[in-house]
Ligand binder design. Sequence first.
Ligand code: DHB
Length: 399
Amino acid sequence: MTFTRRNLIALAATVSVGASLAGLGAPLQARAADDTVKIGFIEPMTGPFASTGIEALAGAKQYIADHGDTVAGKKIQLIVKDDTGSPNDTKRIAQELVVNEGANVLMGFGLTPLAFATAPIATQAKVPMIVTSAATSSITEKSPYATRTSFTLPQAASVMGQWAAKNGIKSVVTLVSDYAPGKDAQDWFVKTFEKNGGKVKEQLTVPLKNPDFSPFLQRVADDKPDAVFVFVPAGVGSQFMKQFKERGLSDAGIKLIGTGDVVDDQILNDMGDVALGVVSAHHYTAALQTDANQTFVKAFEKANNGMRPNFMAVGAYDGMAMVYHALEKTNGDASGPKLMEAIKGLKWESPRGPVMIDPKTRDIVQNIYIDKTQKVDGQLYNVPIETVKDVKDPAKAAK
Ligand code: DHB
């Protein structure tokens, strides 16, 4: 039995889309055989996590601006959708993109729950799902079609845990957003910090939505640790820093360390001097002094009214790089299984440094930088002070 596009859509409209997708993997593949490769790009473009979508979309567009919109004879078309950060919307949009629009690739996913919601769709439709933003380790285990160009919290937090213990920090309180990436960050910081001789005094979790950090910061002040280790998602660092300052924690001599999310490059410059001296571990900083990165930063700022690229921008820039390199390998064949095979083991030079897609886990292997927030020419930057090369996701290595 074969399906035309029209009765495929009719079918999708009358039965649950999950059920229709399960039986229609092959016809969905067949529909990819024209000269356009469609990338369904789903991010929160409005709502509390809009900063992630705005950076990511600008990053994806920058890649097209730098490399053209044609690869291996195929025209690249971005179909941009706003899920407002709601998992039900992400899932519905992903279904519509695959079934109605014939998307060859799904890309984006600004928060872990949005990626989790989409993984079954990617599996059923056999469409690659390139996670450019979300960073919980287990996402890539939710579908054989999931792969990633962002990072994992265990990658960054484990490097921070080791660095802190080896650089005079003896006691820490952890403070993370109360959802999957926060748990990953907390668990891997604690594990690596304690293994290297550090003592964790308390582990605090803060609500993800509308967080009031004050009562938690009071707990930190009472505990008097050498440092507080923080993970909050991109964009939320401004609120955190404001309350960190108001509670007088920096005046009390409590150091601030974290994964780089809390000092993300888009909002860093507005934080003021309270951010000076923060030490963070991350896979990207706009201050990386390589030609590739400085070219990227200049072009991005020029195209976006001076907005600085952050790790969400580079994640999506590399999501596009992944699609282009995979299409070059398949000579333009955009069928899901072919693209996934091509993605495994890909290597390229990103603005963040060299990257590789682990063929076993489909996760990204990359440098993690220890950054210290400093003033450079009157502006705040996360300046790299150490590099740990080619870091794999330690959570998967541990399994
Ligand atoms: C996730 C979201 C973020 O904004 C971030 O900085 C890290 C992780 C997430 O939900 O996976």
